[in-house]
Design a protein around this ligand. Structure first.
Ligand code: ZN
Length: 329
């Protein structure tokens, strides 16, 4: 079955979807080290339901919903060689979390997200399934380094490891590869961005037939410009609604000519944006980027919203994109 996306204002998501009960059960099994057939079938069912929702709401490019990943950094650390996971660390009053610890050289030992991408692609009724990977800079920033003592070495090894995953995915037909780097906007200094650029070169070198994307959100997006414009990527996926589209002024200033995935619904709020409000956001994006280069999507992953709210937001987003597309035609 093939699906032909529109050539303007394609709708998509950043990646994660609210967790289905099957995913929550799978997290419990995973914590006990029970990753057998029951675990796999729970993850599959949660993924199937996320994919169904994404298709039914009318998105052009979907994702697997990240139902296997309780935490975007811990998940990759558990699947890569070289990491250990700390016991619960207290970060704040009664807030505890587990943190990846780099204890040895980081290596790729087996496929990480490939299986879920493949499964989602098989049930996507022809829609492309975007792959989302937690990026090398963010993985390093959110880990304790007990092994390298040199961020550049660690980040480049992370990039080499992810490159192997990307090669497997591209070899199997994945057309949209997104590297999530939320730590860019909260931490990255100029020298960090130089290392990150090297990492992106490692991950994407020679892969000209895929859409190379990075997702960045919150914090100080302005720190990334103009350095990010030299990264070997086709599309920058940004949180824009929550910060009132402030970053668009910068894109204008730098004559931005990459593709832009524009956040038009706020994932930090349960308020459902009206169709007209979303249209207004899309029109702001169109002041800076041509309609064939503008993708319409939520600010960030949807996992913290309820399913009802997530669906209502996506519904209005899809309606708004359709309306603007009709006006442009
Ligand atoms: Zn995000």
């Amino acid at each position: 079955m093939s699906y032909r996306p529109p050539d303007k204002l394609k709708t998509t998501v950043v990646g994660s979807y609210p967790y289905f009960s099957e995913a929550l059960k799978a997290f419990q099994l995973r914590k006990k080290g029970q990753r057998g057939p029951e675990y796999e079938s729970l993850v599959k069912e949660a993924t199937r339901r996320a994919v169904e929702d994404y298709i039914n709401v009318g998105l052009d490019i979907i994702a697997d919903g990240e139902q296997r990943r309780e935490d975007m950094a811990v998940f990759f650390a558990e699947e890569l060689g070289g990491f250990e996971i700390s016991d619960l660390v207290r970060i704040f009053d009664n807030v505890y979390f587990r943190k990846p610890v780099i204890a040895d050289r980081i290596t790729w030992i087996h496929e990480i997200v490939f299986g879920d991408w493949k499964y989602a692609s098989g049930i996507s009724r022809g829609r492309p399934v975007k792959v989302t990977l937690t990026g090398p800079y963010t993985m390093y920033s959110w880990s304790f380094d007990k092994f390298y003592g040199d961020p550049r070495k660690a980040i480049l090894d992370l990039a080499e490891a992810l490159r192997k995953e990307i090669e497997a995915l591209v070899g199997a037909g994945a057309a949209y590869i997104q590297v999530d780097e939320p730590a860019f906007s909260t931490r990255a200094e100029k020298s960090d961005l130089e290392i990150a650029e090297e990492a992106f070169e490692i991950m994407f070198e020679g892969l000209d037939n895929v859409k190379r994307i990075t997702h960045i959100c919150y914090g100080k997006l302005e720190r990334l410009f103009p350095a990010i414009l030299d990264f070997p990527i086709d599309q920058i996926d940004l949180e824009t609604k929550n910060s009132n589209y402030k970053v668009l002024d910068l894109l204008r200033e730098y004559s931005f000519d990459k593709e832009l995935a524009l956040g038009v619904v706020d994932v930090h709020s349960s308020r459902i944006e009206a169709v007209d409000e979303v249209i207004e956001g899309i029109l702001r994006g169109l002041e800076v980027v041509r309609p064939d280069k503008l993708y319409v999507k939520p600010d960030c992953g949807l996992k913290r919203l309820s399913r009802e709210v997530a669906l209502a937001k996506l519904e209005n987003m899809v309606k708004a994109a359709k309306k603007v597309r009709e006006e442009l035609a």
